[in-house]
Design a protein around this ligand. Structure first.
Ligand SMILES: *Cc1c(COP(=O)(O)O)cnc(C)c1O
Length: 377
């Protein structure tokens, strides 16, 4: 107990120290020009986000949730539609489906990667038809920062006439097959909620697409379904814009993001090497890279491990303690035939460790040693 100062789970303060003068100056510029909504920084950010990942189009918006919503609204998702989502995810993935009066159909995940399981997906598509629903879209989640296998998913989508929306709220900056998130699916939604790999200082999000027509529809939806201007309403939309100040902050954070991804990678590699024999460490599939929104281990004695770490000033988190198909508000929706045994099991065993680009080696060692001793006793 020599070194018991509590560690942060995500250290946004240390990050801010890297860019504070730039962020102060960026905010001051916005205060000076006064274009708080859809100011020049918003367009600049969209351009730089698209360049960063190689997507033809990026559209910023008010949150990751709105990003998902805009994508589904642009595709006219509505009553009677079935949208296939993993149950082991943050609630927003299914929430946007229900807001449009469509039905989320819950799919199981793979135990090693926490990504959507393809057999469960196929079975869920069959089940939705049996229940008289119209299968419309697959919304895989890049859980913990690893992109789903969009090639496989796209094949299943094609075979059933579905479209794919990537919930990449946790994975901006990651790659698969050498391509960056934002280009792996026809439409990709991400989040800039503060602790996400690329975060702002409030709520924010973006949608990426290669479809210019869809971009225009989402642009309109983002501002109340505007036509020529916001007093010409050609469709029903939302107020889903990103604040200019948040865009200005994101531009400064994007400038150091590449280095932060590499630093996250180094932390994950040290965790992997040190903990691989002690607990189930996360698996990144061949050809994929992860941005480690979470570093999640698994232990049968999860609650004891968490308690012991807490005693030593090491915070942990459980993503996710209750899968969506078990949530009060969501248990009425269909699940893949046979249930979701992996999601149920994972909910009892997962534990996320502190993970951020500024986690020092001594602090990493402290966490590693604490996990080892918690698992040994
Ligand atoms: C964070 C998150 C969202 C929602 O993003 P917000 O910006 O908080 O609205 C959606 N899906 C997943 C998987 C997330 O982790």
């Amino acid at each position: 107990m020599t070194d018991a100062h509590p560690l942060p789970f995500v250290d946004l303060k240390r990050q801010q120290e890297q860019v504070r003068p730039q962020i102060d100056a960026a905010i001051t510029r916005v205060l000076d020009h006064g274009q708080y909504v859809l100011g020049p920084e918003v367009r600049e950010l969209e351009k730089q986000l698209a360049d960063f990942c190689g997507a033809p189009f990026a559209l910023s918006c008010a949150s990751g949730t709105d990003a998902l919503l805009l994508a589904l609204m642009a595709k006219d998702v509505g009553h009677g539609d079935a949208i296939f989502v993993p149950a082991f995810t943050f609630v927003a993935t299914a929430e946007v489906v229900t807001l449009l009066h469509a039905k989320p159909v819950f799919v199981d995940i793979d135990a090693d990667t926490y990504l959507m399981n393809m057999e469960s997906l196929e079975a869920a598509i069959g089940e939705s038809k049996k229940q008289g629903l119209t299968p419309r879209a697959i919304m895989p989640v890049d859980l913990f920062g690893q992109p789903a296998d969009y090639e496989k998913i796209e094949r299943i989508a094609k075979a059933h006439g579905l479209f794919v929306v990537a919930d990449a709220a946790q994975s901006f900056g990651a790659t698969r097959g050498g391509k960056r998130v934002g280009t792996l699916a026809p439409v990709t939604a991400t989040s800039f909620f503060p602790p996400k790999p690329l975060g702002c200082y409030g709520d924010g999000g973006a949608v990426f697409t290669d479809d210019g027509e869809m971009l225009e529809v989402m642009q309109s939806l983002r501002v109340h379904g505007q036509g020529k201007d916001k007093y010409d309403n050609v469709r029903i939309g939302i107020n889903g814009r990103l604040d200019t100040i948040q865009a200005a902050i994101l531009l400064e954070k994007l400038a150091i993001f590449e280095g932060e991804i590499a630093a996250r990678q180094r932390v994950a590699e040290r965790y992997n090497a040190a903990l691989g024999d002690v607990v189930q460490t996360p698996v990144v599939e061949p050809g994929a890279t992860c941005v480690w929104a979470q570093y999640t281990i698994r232990a049968k004695t999860r609650d004891q491990v968490a308690a012991k770490l807490k005693d030593q000033g090491i915070p942990t988190a459980i993503y996710y303690p209750i899968p969506l198909h078990r949530q009060v508000a969501y248990k009425k929706f269909p699940v893949a035939p046979g249930g979701l045994p992996v999601s149920d099991k994972m909910a009892g065993e997962v534990l996320s460790l502190p993970m951020h680009p500024y986690l020092s080696e001594p602090d990493q060692n402290r966490i590693i040693n604490a996990v080892k001793s918690a698992c040994a006793s």
